[in-house]
Design a protein around this ligand. Structure first.
Ligand code: GLN
Length: 455
């Protein structure tokens, strides 16, 4: 823990941490020392990790990178934080992200990182003028720069896979419902899923095994399935594996450098005994519009709890209750969060609900069905994570441009499937490229082995 705290201190320029408290970390570490001495240690005793700042923690403040929650401290730990602590993990601190996990570049982080005066995007350790991806950019940058050996993160539409890809590390989101959402600050509840990032698939498998597990009393979408050992299939053998390659993932919009790196990785799999199967996911183009109707709809409802009354920022001067709500929310939410609340309120409003929300729900089902029929022809699906390597901070000013870059990660999210990113070499400017692997429901162990085989 001391080693990693010193690393985090030395790399404050990356803006990866939103909270560090060495006393709290070392107190947790001492508890693990005692457990080891007493012979009662858990399987991950003393392993220090960082948590994305959307998971509430008792020992550290939690902000979801929003001014709305600046200084907030939860009275309890999120289930996944508690699960990892029960296994022996020690918390190094809280990691930056886009405000309320809305974004794909970490430029929407709205509170200052540790050691800095103003809010700043997290920096990509491969080139600090570039974004690390998002929304879990703090988790990805911290792992890539060895400020933490592993980190938690969340993925609603790609927020684990895309930053993992752009920072050259491994990240996995499990099947929807595997990881508890209790104590995870909600963005779009039907899509939100916790997962992990680490340098390797083997490390991810270890962490994920302890993070997941049923929590049916506290999360109504938690699956009542026993915890699994996701390391159990890490043989590195994949002979006979059928890898589906969706042709729509290689169409217009994919940068040539990323295409070349992904195709080279697929060739390596063939050498290891896998067969590549040409498949089609015909509604890929619809994933972006469907997601950007459904997720703002859910966000507008979820974020109504931030009213200045129960917790969060409250405006100083106001005339009446309604004015207090309006001012508190106007002052504390960032631009992207406001945009999504507006879109969500619009698509849910009377007269538009059927045309947008209901229609998007129907298409979501069809996108999920397309993936299910693809799995009759292959065991896993592989393709790019992001259409390009990490871009320069400030380079994309149109929000639509970042939305469109989510095209390859959204289908698995909408279908609730497990999906991951594993390093696939380098593209333009010597920057990392990720290979996306999508599995059928509950196939995390297989997916991790496929990634492991190339590592
Ligand atoms: N980039 C996507 C968005 O902006 C995904 C975010 C996420 O997975 N939390 O919504």
């Amino acid at each position: 823990a001391r080693h990693f705290l010193a690393r985090a201190q030395a790399r404050q320029d990356l803006a990866a941490f939103l909270a560090i408290d060495a006393d709290a970390t070392l107190a947790q570490a001492r508890v693990q020392d005692q457990a080891i001495a007493a012979g009662s240690a858990g399987p991950l005793a003393g392993v220090p990790i960082g948590h994305k700042d959307v998971f509430v923690t008792r020992d550290f403040p939690t902000t979801a990178a929003s001014r709305m929650l600046a200084g907030y401290r939860s009275p309890f730990d999120a289930t996944i934080v508690a699960n990892l602590a029960d296994a022996g993990c020690v918390t190094l601190g809280k990691l930056s992200c886009d405000e309320f996990a809305m974004g794909g570049s970490n430029e929407n982080a709205a509170v200052p990182a540790v050691g800095l005066d103003a809010a700043q995007p997290v920096r990509n350790p491969w080139d600090t003028a570039r974004i690390p991806g998002g929304s879990s950019g703090g988790s990805a940058a911290a792992v890539a720069a060895s400020l933490v050996p592993g980190a938690t993160a969340s993925d609603t539409g790609g927020s684990i896979r895309q930053p993992a890809a752009l920072c050259g590390i491994t990240g996995i989101k499990p099947t929807y419902g595997r990881a508890s959402r209790h104590g995870m600050i909600a963005y779009a509840s039907s899509l939100d899923q916790a997962g992990v990032m680490a340098r390797t698939a083997a490390d991810c498998a270890l962490l994920l095994s302890h993070l997941c597990g049923p929590d049916v009393e506290r999360d109504s979408t938690s699956l009542d399935r026993p915890a699994e050992d996701f390391t159990r299939q890490l043989t590195g053998r994949i002979d006979g594996l059928r890898i589906g390659v969706p042709r729509e993932f290689f169409a217009e919009g994919l940068q040539d450098d990323v295409r070349a790196a992904v195709q080279a990785a697929l060739k390596e799999y063939e050498k290891l005994g896998a067969t590549l199967v040409d498949i089609s996911l015909p509604r890929t183009d619809l994933a972006v519009p469907v997601y950007y109707i459904l997720s703002p709809a859910e966000a507008s409802s979820n974020l109504s709890r931030f009213d200045g009354v129960r917790y969060g920022h409250r405006a100083k001067d106001y005339s009446d209750l309604l004015d207090m709500y309006k001012k508190s929310r106007s002052e504390a939410f960032g631009e992207e969060v406001k945009r999504r609340i507006m879109i969500g309120a619009y698509v849910l409003s009377e007269g538009y609900y059927d045309a947008y929300y209901l229609q998007a729900q129907r298409l979501r089902r069809m996108i999920a069905d397309d993936l299910q029929s693809a799995f009759t022809q292959c065991d896993v699906i592989a393709g790019p994570v992001s259409p390009s390597v990490a871009w320069e901070i400030g380079a994309k000013t149109d929000p639509l441009a970042t939305y469109l870059a989510d095209i390859y990660t959204l289908p698995a999210s909408l279908a609730g499937l497990p999906a991951m990113s594993t390093p696939a070499g380098f593209g333009a400017h010597g920057l990392p490229v990720g290979l996306q692997l999508i599995g059928n429901h509950f196939e995390e162990a297989q997916l991790l082995n496929v990634a492991h085989a190339l590592q």
